[in-house]
Design a binder for this molecule. Structure first.
Ligand SMILES: NC(=O)c1ccc[n+]([C@@H]2O[C@H](COP(=O)([O-])OP(=O)(O)OC[C@H]3O[C@@H](n4cnc5c(N)ncnc54)[C@H](O)[C@@H]3O)[C@@H](O)[C@H]2O)c1
Ligand SMILES: O=C(O)C[C@H](O)C(=O)O
Ligand SMILES: [Mg+2]
Length: 486
């Protein structure tokens, strides 16, 4: 099986002199250079000329470039322009705000706005909890980044981070009907980020921290969790850990191993790597070795990164030293949360037979799945264009849907473990196989099951401030939801 590494797609606007060129010649040039024509639109036409938009896909950018340069040389063709379809999708941003009700006359105006809005303001002033009933707070999450660890691209800053945060907001809405707003801050100071989020919290029912580099992300999340009474969730840590654990539960079933007997190597001991290691230790993994740029983390060394000192105390029981290649000997599971291209086939060859290889760096995984497909027991990546997508998108929409619906004060460990089990349970034993260990994000059962399991966990652990109707006991009274009604 050959897997494509993210199909690329362009639209070529061409002016064609039909007496010099047959359309078939053009198609031949495209296919001979590795492209597929997926759509043809006629934009303008005359007696012996036409302007057409040809949508072309190819697996590699280089193929698209050679198609474009060959077409430019053809007699009777003028290349008007080339548009990248991905860029077209981002033109002007990907999301917008819409009012829920139209303002059609002065009466509407006076109710949505002044003077009547004042009564609603005072209802919240007198009873602050009413903010959940009378403002967007009940359904809105802030997606906050400082642009310091955007995907695996590194510190590209707040402007360049926006497309990812807008994308997260789209996913929140599409998959869980959560209104999310991207906020990219022009500071990378811990104090400033904590203060900024604290100050903007009143409008939001939850804070999703995103792509903030380690180790600052740990302190920022910790302090905000202490200071705010709404859930603060660093997605790269906990969203990833929840989905990773769900994937591992099912991958181990495929290769017939138990979690307490596998040797696991985690590469990239940053935000995601630490959180994933923590969830695996909690789930019963006994031999877990963390590897970063300097090799395996060992308890006998002192590291400048305080998180690593703590990490090394809790992991690598046999005190293995050396490079990734060294410590992968006889390992059952590799988990990559580092950077593209870090893992080599020779490394995977050192692992046990049918190893589980999760290469989750984005956008380029630690190794291309094609390179190890014949030796790996299960392969997963973070991307949507390969089978087995282990990506936090499977978690964050559902877990925030649940947290908002029960007005959870926080998202705790029980809620996260409940989310992992819920995700894993969507794949039935009959469906489970090496190419299907984790459900698709388009499977509507994912958010439904996460929501149910996480609300139950929130109620059980006492962090739910509201019991949604379907979770109430029959004898529990239903309190009027509308302040101001008599
Ligand atoms: N699939 C997912 O859902 C998902 C979720 C979160 C993060 N990620 C990916 O995981 C990666 C890390 O994300 P993060 O938020 O933890 O970033 P981070 O910056 O907090 O941590 C990255 C860590 O990887 C280490 N690293 C970089 N190059 C390395 C190499 N050659 N060898 C060993 N270690 C190396 C860094 O030193 C750092 O400790 C990124 O590529 C990100 O896209 C994927
Ligand atoms: O954004 C993603 O696709 C996953 C994750 O949040 C990442 O930073 O890579
Ligand atoms: Mg991220």
């Amino acid at each position: 099986m050959k897997l494509s590494m993210g199909g690329k797609s362009i639209i070529l606007r061409l002016e064609l002199q039909t007496e010099h060129l047959h359309f078939g010649q053009l198609i031949t040039v495209i296919t001979e250079n590795g492209g597929d024509v997926v759509a043809i639109d006629v934009i303008q036409t005359g007696a012996n000329w036409s302007v057409r938009d040809i949508t072309v896909t190819a697996s590699e950018q280089a193929q698209l470039e050679s198609i474009t340069s060959t077409i430019k040389e053809l007699p009777g063709v003028r290349l008007v322009h080339v548009s990248d379809r991905t860029f077209l999708l981002h033109l002007g941003g990907k999301i917008e705000m819409k009012p829920k009700a139209p303002i059609q006359n002065r009466d509407d105006l006076s109710r949505v706005y002044t003077p009547d809005v004042a009564r609603v303001c005072m209802a919240i002033y007198e009873q602050p909890d009413n903010a959940y009933k009378l403002t967007i707070k009940r359904n809105t999450v802030a997606v906050v980044s400082d642009g310091s660890a955007v995907l695996g691209l590194g510190n590209i800053g707040p402007y360049a981070a926006m497309p990812v945060m807008e994308g997260k907001a789209m996913l929140f809405k599409q998959f869980a009907d959560v209104d999310a707003f991207p906020i990219c801050l022009s500071t990378q100071s811990t104090e400033d980020i904590v203060a900024a989020v604290r100050h903007l919290a009143p409008a939001f029912g939850g804070i999703n921290l995103e792509d903030i580099s380690s180790p600052r992300c740990f302190e920022i999340e910790q302090r905000l969790r202490e200071e705010l009474d709404i859930p603060v969730f660093h997605d790269d840590q906990h969203g990833t850990a929840v989905v990773l654990y769900a994937g591992l539960i099912n991958a181990l079933k495929v290769v017939g191993k138990r979690i307490d007997e596998v040797k696991v190597v985690v590469c990239g001991i940053g935000a995601a790597g630490i959180a994933c290691s923590n969830i695996l230790l909690a789930a019963g993994v006994k031999e877990l070795i963390g590897v970063d740029r300097e090799g395996a983390l060992v308890r006998t060394r002192r590291y400048a990164n305080p998180m690593w000192n703590d990490y090394a105390q809790r992991t690598n029981p046999n005190e293995l030293t050396g490079t990734l290649h060294d410590v992968l000997e006889e390992a059952d599971v590799f988990i990559g949360l580092s950077a593209g291209g870090v893992l080599k086939r020779a490394d995977v060859e050192r692992m046990k037979q049918r190893p589980v290889v999760f290469v989750m760096a984005n956008p380029t995984p630690e190794i291309h799945p094609d390179e190890i497909e014949d030796i790996a027991g299960v392969i997963a990546t973070g991307r949507s264009d390969f089978p087995n997508q282990i990506n936090n998108v499977l978690c964050f929409p559902g877990i925030f849907r649940a947290a908002l619906d029960c007005q959870a004060r926080t998202i705790n460990e029980e809620m996260k473990l409940a989310a992992s089990a819920a995700i894993a349970s969507v794949v039935t034993p009959q469906e489970l196989n090496k190419l299907y260990i984790i459900p698709s994000v388009f499977n509507q059962e994912v958010v439904r099951r996460i929501r149910e399991a996480v609300i139950q966990a929130a109620i059980r652990t006492g962090v739910a401030r509201r019991i949604p109707r379907e979770f109430r006991q029959p004898e529990q009274p239903v309190v009027s939801e509308l302040p101001g009604s008599r």
